[in-house]
Design a binder for this molecule. Structure first.
Ligand code: DC
Length: 224
């Protein structure tokens, strides 16, 4: 039996930061499902496959070996044994990941992997379709949102800290495009599950968001 908290929301809504902090607080395993799609996008680039070569992309997803190992609170990602932790955040991967993740067959393979990663564990899982598709029966469902400008600012600052070279305008345009694409997928679109609790983090400091989410989780747990 697993205990599952699903956190959905668009890029920059605070999912990553929140799930890492809450995982520690509630002693849960943190799973970032975006990593799985980013790893496929990285393999697509490594193999010089174009975005219109759908069959080749599906083949890559079918044969991919993705390992995620948490080392000192950092998710280390390995693609066919090679450490790609930093590469999956690159401008090039970020530019194509949403389109790669729109391919139905790719999604089905990755969702299967995501479900396996959670098997028998107590997890907090972040993504776009966790509460609607991957785990529609998750124990606690949360949807995080924030204004486009604030999300772009957060992601821009994060990128600067990680040494990823993208201007604020580039980040904003990329997020806008990804939002649009993520909301119009054949399966697993970015949507608010009927029973998700929506939290708008616009204008919130990290501590305020943590406090708000902690209260929601504690309240829900009390009634279980
Ligand atoms: O959370 P992220 O920015 O690392 O996600 C990268 C892309 O992967 C995002 O643009 C959409 C896709 N994704 C998805 O379709 N479903 C998920 N559960 C997680 C990510």
């Amino acid at each position: 039996m697993s205990f599952i908290i699903g956190i959905d929301g668009p890029a920059g809504s605070g999912k990553g930061t929140m799930t890492k902090i809450l995982a520690k607080k509630f002693n849960l395993i943190h799973i970032d499902t975006g990593i799985t799609y980013r790893a496929v996008a990285k393999a697509v680039l490594d193999n010089n496959i174009k975005l219109n070569e759908k069959e080749k992309i599906i083949e890559v997803a079918k044969n991919i070996d993705i390992q995620i190992k948490n080392e000192e609170n950092v998710d280390k990602v390995f693609l066919n044994g090679k450490d790609i932790t930093k590469d999956i955040r690159s401008k090039e991967v970020t530019a194509i990941v949403s389109q790669v993740s729109s391919i139905k067959e790719v999604r089905l393979i990755m969702v299967d992997l995501q479900r396996k990663l959670a098997e028998g564990k107590n997890v907090i899982m972040e993504g776009r379709d966790i509460c609607t598709y991957v785990f529609p029966n998750a124990d606690i469902k949360i949807y995080l949102k924030a204004s486009l400008e604030e999300r772009a600012r957060r992601r821009y600052e994060e990128n600067c800290q990680k040494g990823i070279n993208m201007s604020y305008q580039e980040v904003l345009e990329n997020i806008k495009l990804r939002d649009e694409n993520d909301m119009h997928k054949e399966i697993g679109s970015l949507e608010i599950a009927e029973d998700s609790i929506v939290v708008d983090t616009t204008g919130f400091e990290i501590e305020q968001s943590v406090e708000k989410l902690t209260k929601i989780i504690q309240e829900k747990m009390k009634n279980m």
